[in-house]
Write a new protein. Structure first.
Length: 240
């Protein structure tokens, strides 16, 4: 077993040795493989006290995720305005990066102070979803819903079973004249796709993305940029 503390526990004035040890078997390691023994300092006795410790697992690093309810707080927009100060000397992209990094700490403090019960509500919602999933899993196999699931599951199986079994399938080349017979982009439409975009196009694109979309890796959803566009819209446009 792994140990901590003084290595030697006894001496006869000439030789130092350890006379106190802990022995465990395979069954112990299967249950407490992460345990360790701590040897305490020597006392009046020749033997040292030993404590078997089971250190706790390291707490995982908490991740940041923006909540759409945060802008309802009265101090939300003053926090945004305060963090915009002091970054004017940086480049466009660096300003946006530093602003998002600084405001993240402030928003986490805001969440803990005014929205501390959101975590508990998320746990309750997760338990409800788990109960619903268990009910669907262990419900009566003869219900109409389950029969519908079985019918849908056989559709892709029948499709792949009906595909031709030949290894080599002859395919003809695409005829450009056939493509021209359909709807194609004109020259001016092709040039418009390559043209430079305006600031209003950036705002239109940002506001067209729903808030329910998965946030970017730094945790900011599109709801953050929508709610603070009047303050950081120019910063986003410069970075893009």
């Amino acid at each position: 077993m792994q140990s901590k503390g003084p290595h030697f526990s006894w001496t006869n004035k000439t030789i130092w040795t350890r006379i106190d040890r802990v022995f465990v078997n395979v069954y112990w390691y299967e249950l407490f493989g992460f345990s360790q023994v701590i040897y305490m300092a020597n006392s009046l006795s020749d033997h040292a006290a030993m404590i078997i410790d089971t250190p706790g697992c390291s707490k995982p690093r908490s991740t940041f995720q923006f909540c759409d309810i945060w802008p309802r707080a009265s101090c939300f927009f003053p926090l945004i305005t305060a963090r915009l100060q002091g970054i004017s000397h940086l480049g466009p992209y660096r300003k946006l990066e530093k602003f998002l990094r600084q405001i993240q700490v402030a928003l986490q403090q805001l969440s803990r102070s005014q929205f501390a019960d959101l975590k508990q509500q998320q746990l309750i919602d997760a338990l409800r979803q788990q109960c619903k999933a268990e009910w669907i899993t262990y419900r009566d196999d003869c219900t109409r819903v389950n029969q519908g699931f079985l019918a849908v599951a056989t559709i892709p199986q029948n499709y792949y079973k009906g595909l031709p079994r030949e290894k080599d399938i002859q395919r003809c080349c695409i005829d450009p004249q056939v493509i021209c017979m359909g709807n194609t982009l004109a020259i001016d439409q092709q040039l418009s796709l390559c043209a430079s975009f305006l600031n209003k196009d950036i705002k239109t694109a940002m506001f067209s993305i729903p808030n329910t979309k998965f946030p970017v890796p730094n945790g900011y959803s599109n709801g953050f940029f929508k709610s603070t566009w009047h303050s950081i819209g120019g910063l986003v446009k410069e970075a893009i």
